[in-house]
Design a protein around this ligand. Structure first.
Ligand SMILES: [Mg+2]
Length: 371
């Protein structure tokens, strides 16, 4: 296995990341053919990217690679690769995205039972800019944890945008703020994932996803009023525009695809025990500004299972009760508050709030061995 021009992974001369030579097969088919020998046979066929709901996760959020990251930072790339090769048969422990990915697989299993022919399933793509030698440890880890990941994307340090688009990515999760911002700028739903000190146990039968409203599901248009003119003017504005739907925000598309899958369960009589549950967790208050949020969702034809209007109260304690697999917010203090209480929280660096960053809460943009 070698790195070709330091950019694309090749195995026995076969290009992992590009559609090499005269082959008419897409690159993921090539990767599958190479991976198959070490892949347990229990796995069903992957859906085609255009039919699937594609979730791209970086290796550093799927697995805990903190120790290795530390080696890279302290001792450099050569020692890092040496360590990874020496520990090749040792599986990485789960990272913050692990439970989420497991929950996606649990939903897929139920969808396959109900709709054996349908390709409307989650498909997880592992994104990594790691060295090819580390790729082997990643494959071993995936098999060790019996994860259903057949699509690998080794970007060799290149921007992941082209790959994210090629895979029709519906959500991209990474620890790298630069790549996440780049994806958001291209209209791809993306978020920076953080590892809480202690992760709360989450459901392994129901996927729970919690969203902030403004600048996450919705645009930041109302947030701008709030930041510029204060809370009173914001309430006034929201009341006056109650019947005018908000524009969509960066994560709206992801809620939409979750809703599409939920409807498939409803169609089989599984509304109350649906394996997907969605939550709106917003600092808006129900009486004054909540109406516009709910009317906006309704105008989009989207349902949210539970809407929590916290009227400025901290989100951490409420999320601790919900125990979502993942929570998205555009404001770092909400992300930090949630993470402190054990929720896997992601920062969506989008909208006006990014320009009003509290001291000490900026994303840390440190060099990384892997993302
Ligand atoms: Mg917000």
């Amino acid at each position: 296995m070698s790195l070709n021009n330091g950019q694309s992974l090749t195995v026995g001369g076969q290009d992992f990341t590009k559609n090499g030579g005269n082959s008419s097969r897409p690159p993921w088919e090539d990767a599958r053919a190479v991976l198959r020998p070490s892949t347990p046979t229990r796995k069903p066929k992957s859906p085609k990217p255009e039919n699937a709901i594609t979730i791209a996760v970086s290796s550093r959020v799927l697995f805990n690679m903190e120790k290795e990251q530390h080696i890279y930072e302290q001792q450099g790339m050569e020692e890092y690769i040496k360590y990874q090769v020496e520990h090749e048969t040792e599986a990485f422990s789960p990272g913050p995205a692990f439970s989420f990915v497991k929950a996606l697989e649990a939903v897929n299993a139920k969808l396959r039972e109900l709709y054996p022919e349908s390709e409307e399933l989650f498909d997880v793509v592992l994104m990594t800019n790691n060295h090819a030698n580390v790729g082997l440890r990643l494959i071993n880890t995936i098999n060790h944890h019996q994860l259903f990941i057949e699509r690998f994307c080794m970007t060799g340090g290149n921007s992941p945008i082209g790959y994210l688009k090629a895979y029709h990515t519906n959500l991209y999760l990474s620890a790298d703020p630069v790549k996440v911002r780049e994806a958001l700028a291209e209209g791809i739903a993306a978020a920076i994932m953080f590892t809480p000190e202690k992760m709360k146990e989450v459901s392994d039968t129901q996927l729970r996803v919690a969203f902030d409203g403004d600048a996450v599901l919705f645009s930041d248009e109302s947030e701008r009023i709030c930041k510029a003119h204060g809370l009173d003017k914001f309430f006034e504005h929201e009341k006056a525009h109650e019947n005018k739907p908000l524009d969509h925000g960066p994560l709206k598309g992801f809620l939409e695809v979750l809703g599409k899958l939920q409807k498939k369960f409803y169609g089989k009589g599984q509304r109350l025990d649906c394996p997907i549950r969605t939550y709106l967790v917003t600092a808006r208050s129900a009486a004054s500004s909540g109406t516009r949020a709910l009317k906006t969702l309704r105008s989009w034809g989207l349902e949210i299972d539970e809407a929590l209007f916290l009227a400025g109260a901290p989100k951490g304690p409420m999320l601790e009760k919900i125990r979502p697999h993942i929570f998205f917010d555009d404001q770092m203090f909400h992300v930090e508050g949630a993470a402190e209480m054990g929720t896997v929280a992601c920062h969506v660096p989008y909208g006006i709030a990014q320009r009003v960053v509290k001291k000490g809460t900026k994303d840390k943009e440190t060099p990384n061995a892997s993302k």
